[in-house]
Each structure stands twice: as C-alpha cells, then as structure tokens.
Design a protein around this ligand. Structure first.
Ligand code: APR
Ligand code: ZN
Ligand code: ZN
Length: 361
C-alpha cells in the first residue's frame, strides 16, 4: 500500500516551492516509513531549490527532522514501529574504505531508501540529502533513523539531524576541544551557535563568538560564549589575539564558509592550533595563503563534514544532555511554522534574525 501525503516540493531552479500531494511507498527490505513530527529549514534546502546542488528536480525538501517510525520493511531490527527517531544522512555502510579503516563517521557510502517517492503522476522525487522530510510521511533507509528519548521536543530534536549536529560536532569531534581550551567561533548562525554550545559542553575555558550581527552574538552568549566580537566594528584576528594573551585561540571554528573568514580563522589561532572549517564554500571561492605561514604556524587545518558525527553515538547522548538541562537546544528553534510556510522561512533567512524556523506537523 502506498501513502498519499502533503509535502513541500521544489519543481524548478529558483522557482518558489509548492505544497503537493506525493506518494510514499510502504517500506521495503531495510527501509522505514516515518511519520514526521518536525523538520527544520536549513540553507541546504534553499541551495537545492536554487539548483546549487544538482539539477535533479523535482526535489522533496527538508532534512532536519524527527518523527515516529510507522512501519519497517523486511530485515529491519534496529528500529521498530513506535520508536521516536531523529533522521540522519549518515547511515553508515560498514563496508566502505572509511568504515573498514575504523572511521565510520567519514562513511563514503551511506544508505538511503531504495524505493522512490513520487508525485501523483509518477514523477520520481529527489529527497534532499536522501531524506525529504517536509512531508507528513517519508521513506528512508532504516539506518537513517536514530532512536532517542521520546521526552525530547521534536522541533528541538530534529535540529540535531543536520546543522546543530554539524556545529556541535565541529567543536567536540573535529576540533577535539578539551577542558580549558580557548576557542573562537567565526559566524554564529545556527551552525556557529551550535559550535559555541559544543565548546561549552567540552569544557572550553574561553569561548569567543565572532559575528557581524549583534543579535547573533547575544544568542551565542546565551549558549556559552564568554566573549563576543562584532567583526564589523573590530578586527577579528586582533580581537581574538588580544583576548588570548596575544597568541590566538587553541581552536578556531569557521562557520561562514568564505575565504575572508577562513583567513581570519587561520591567523586567529595560536601556533600549532587547529582550524575547523564547517562553513560550506561555493565552487568559485579561492583561498590564497603564504605557504610559509601554513608550515610555520603548524597545527591542523581540518574540514568538518556533518560534525564528523556518528548518529548512533552522538544523537542519543546529546538528547540526554538536552533533557538534563545541560544542552540548550530550544534556543535554536526561533519559530515554529506550518508546512505551507517554508517559502516564507527561506525569505526570512536573508534577514538574519532566525537561527532555525521549524515546521511542526
Ligand atoms: N564575519 C563574521 N560573521 C559573518 C560574516 C563575516 N564576514 N558573514 C556572515 N556572518 C555570519 C552571519 O551574520 C550569520 O550569523 O555568519 C552567520 C551565518 O549563519 P547562517 O546564515 O544562519 O548559516 P548557518 O545555518 O549557521 O550555516 C553556516 O555552515 O553548514 C554551513 O552551509 C552552511 O555555509 C553555511 C554555514
Ligand atoms: Zn541542513
Ligand atoms: Zn561506510
């Protein structure tokens, strides 16, 4: 039996998204059907709509989601109907080069549902990041469902499925922030603010938030930043050095995805420190640095893909910390909206006063 549900679809490059009826098949072997309870609006959804990712229109958007498993296909044992789950886009395969080297958080061959969701005329949909959760129900690989404590709010929990996990993971997994470290975060949108929260969880000593928007800096302080720098008013590198005894921070996290801010991160870190790039650049961007500085300053220049997270390890742990009041996920939910308000949420993204708009079903 197939299910007909309402969903947000991007039909063509740059065109506003539309609310459509889609057809979701019953789960086949290794798949799970999930009744979506909440799904955050991420920049990546907008990039899909703008044709910035690929041309496989129509897209079924939405990928920062939590919901309840409604049915599972043959052979699925890790999740069962009734489980409250966060959807992930890193269902590790266990067999690729990365998995076999014991680094499953880099898995190069993650699983998605094999069957296609379609429009009512049979046109196949491309689900964003292999999820597609601006839909009352969605079909995913069972490994994309990570069971967490049902007591968590779906709107807050769903955000761990992408941007907030990327930020927290950039600090705790990629940056390996430790107790007492000095940390600077450049760009404090949803991802950077989460990196601040992650650095706080990891016991960082100083946490310096940098942004060009005072409202973002205020939120970063609420999430654990000990210092805030408006880099429109002050030189970010100078300010970070001044706050760290003239040396620079042990770990600098770049959460904008631009060459200028990457350079700031590079020079705002102490000798042998770590730069983590979690902001996603666009194809035309280029970086020029004196190679002697790359050598002479030492340390590590790392990229963070999805916060180097392992959903089965990180999601339940972070939800437990949230429920204990030790990780404030609610602050990331700026507003909850209805399914037909995704286009409006895209417009609000440009305004910059939103960490996340979250569709609640
Ligand atoms: N210096 C400092 N901060 C800046 C600058 C700059 N030159 N330019 C923009 N910012 C700030 C914005 O004010 C905003 O607070 O960076 C933040 C970007 O946040 P969002 O637009 O909310 O984006 P977010 O969801 O946090 O994602 C950030 O990470 O995963 C990637 O694709 C994502 O590249 C994007 C980045
Ligand atoms: Zn996302
Ligand atoms: Zn793998």
């Amino acid at each position: 039996m197939a299910h007909q549900v309402r969903a947000v679809v991007a039909r063509g490059k740059g065109a506003p998204v539309s609310l459509e009826t889609i057809v979701v098949p019953d789960p086949g072997p290794g798949e799970a059907l999930v009744k979506v309870e909440a799904c955050g609006v991420c920049h990546t959804d907008l990039h899909y709509r703008e044709g910035g990712i690929n041309d496989d229109f129509p897209f079924l958007l939405g990928h920062e989601a939590a919901g309840v498993v409604e049915a599972v296909g043959e052979g699925v044992t890790d999740v069962a109907p009734g489980d409250f789950v966060i959807l992930n886009w890193r269902a590790v395969c266990g067999q690729c080069r990365a998995c076999l080297r014991g680094r499953p958080w880099y898995c190069f061959s993650t699983h998605n549902a094999k069957q296609k969701m379609t429009l009512t005329d049979g046109t196949e949909l491309s689900p964003a990041l292999g999820i597609g959760a601006f839909a009352e129900k969605t079909l995913v690989a069972a490994g994309q469902c990570t069971k967490v404590d049902r007591a968590a709010s779906a709107a807050a929990a769903g955000l761990l499925g992408c941007g907030v996990m990327a930020g927290i993971g950039a600090a705790i997994n990629t940056g390996n922030v430790g107790r007492g470290d000095s940390v600077a975060v450049i760009g404090c949108g949803g991802v950077g603010a989460a990196a601040v929260a992650g650095a706080d969880l990891a016991g960082a000593g100083k946490i310096i938030a940098v942004d060009i928007d005072d409202a973002k800096l205020a939120t970063a302080r609420k999430l654990g930043a000990t210092h805030a720098v408006n880099s429109k008013e002050a030189d970010a590198v100078e300010a970070i050095r001044e706050l760290t005894g003239g040396f620079g921070a042990d770990v600098v996290i770049e959460a904008v995805g631009r060459p200028e801010t990457y350079k700031q991160a590079f020079y705002a870190r102490d000798l042998a420190g770590t730069v983590v790039l979690v902001g996603v650049p666009t194809p035309e961007m280029k970086l020029e640095l004196p190679l002697l500085d790359v050598f002479g300053r030492g340390g590590a220049l790392k990229s963070s893909w999805y916060g180097d997270c392992l959903p089965s390890r990180d999601f339940p742990m972070l939800i437990d910390l949230y429920l204990q009041g030790r990780l404030d996920l609610d602050t990331f939910v700026t507003e909850t909206i209805a399914l037909d308000e995704v286009e409006k949420a895209f417009e609000r993204m440009h305004g910059g006063d939103v960490l996340r708009s979250v569709v609640v079903f």
